[in-house]
Design a protein around this ligand. Sequence first.
Ligand code: FES
Ligand code: FE2
Length: 454
Amino acid sequence: MTTIETTRVNVAGTPRDKAPEPEFSSTRNNGDRYWTPEFARQEWEALFPRVWQVAGRVEQIPEPGDYVTYDIGRDSVLAVRGEDEKIRVFYNVCQHRGNRLVTAEVGSLAGGEFACAYHGWRFGDDGRLNWVPDEDDFHADFQGDSPCGKRNLIEIKSDTWAGFIWFNMDDNAAPLREWLSPVAEHLDVYQMENMRRTHWVTIVGDWNWKCVQDNFNESYHLPFVHPQTLPAMNEHHSGSQFDMYDSGHARMIMPGGGPGPHYSGRPERAFQSLKPDLEFWKVDPEPYADDPSQLRIALQQAKRKLGESKGFDFSAYSDEQLTDNYHYTVFPSISFSMKPDGCIWLRGTPHPTDPQKCIFDMWYLTLFPKGSKEYWSNSMRDWVSIDHQAEHQTGVAGEVSCGPGIDQDVSIWSTQQQGLRSRGFRGEYMPWQERRIKFFHDQIDRHLAMGPLT
Ligand code: FES
Ligand SMILES: [Fe+2]
């Protein structure tokens, strides 16, 4: 057996402390919450208006007048950069008679105004209603005098973090960073604000949005849905850490950079699955044939040694972060799956009308090495370019790809949805390692118990 150097660099990186285990409710969820219109209505009225959500990437709207829209459930929001450089988020609805104001997904006003297609009301990039046709025909003794400057767009609480534009429909919501705690503190070192969105895929699928978040809240499925991960990471729960935070968010840390100590497959399989990484970081795997689980440390040391020469600044990462999978689920509907050079960002949100459908988004954010314009994204198995804004690929499941691993997750959700409605489904029955799912649903129930946000 090869003994590798044990010199480690002592960088704290993202805290690894294990969060105390929460209390779990004693209920066992059946399938109703995945398909009944009543449950979907409660989620829409009591849950989604109270949580911070993502409207888009800051990089999409670099100039004053640039805007991006985001449709969530029955609603739509409009994020626009004003002349003062400030990003504001508004409900995307005309205040005359309710027409959806902007139908484009991204665009630029270039000094102009938002003009409603119905009767031409015009709003500035600060949301102010600047002009209406026949302004002198509005009367105080009817519905009111001139609406200009009064019937402005309705602004929504918003903020930015990690290069994302966030909004919250609840005016009384806690500030973003506080609400995200401790996720924001943990993920700041990844510099997501410096990453570029190199993949942007949206799939409309036949499953409830919670199937997505359930799936990314457990790793029990990996040997079956992603068998290729066995030689590449220590996917067994015994090697992983699961954390659930008071804020409702959760985390899993799963060792990567090689298989776990329980791996009994051929070492060549491990070498093959790690090949692009091993080659890029100049690690000769042969000395680790007796114990491929040692590749993880060898890769960490190689990244530490060569990182700077390859254009990476890994100085804020701990050694573990150079190989391991730091996976965060942000309540209720987002996952951040972090790698030293990028993030797989995932979101499952409700369909506007059908609880058995979901809008599923996969973004890949790439951290380009300094000086590199082109980069081989190992996670996406794809060349990416810093000069190329990702095009939005949309389609139904099976039509567009979310990359090699996530496509496997997508392939399972519609059959799960079918089973969740079966008369023969008697409710979930989960092992301890899936407790993040239980925690997730307990958080949903906590929000629904608050009743509709008025
Ligand atoms: S609904 Fe927008 S101008 Fe009439
Ligand atoms: Fe998966």
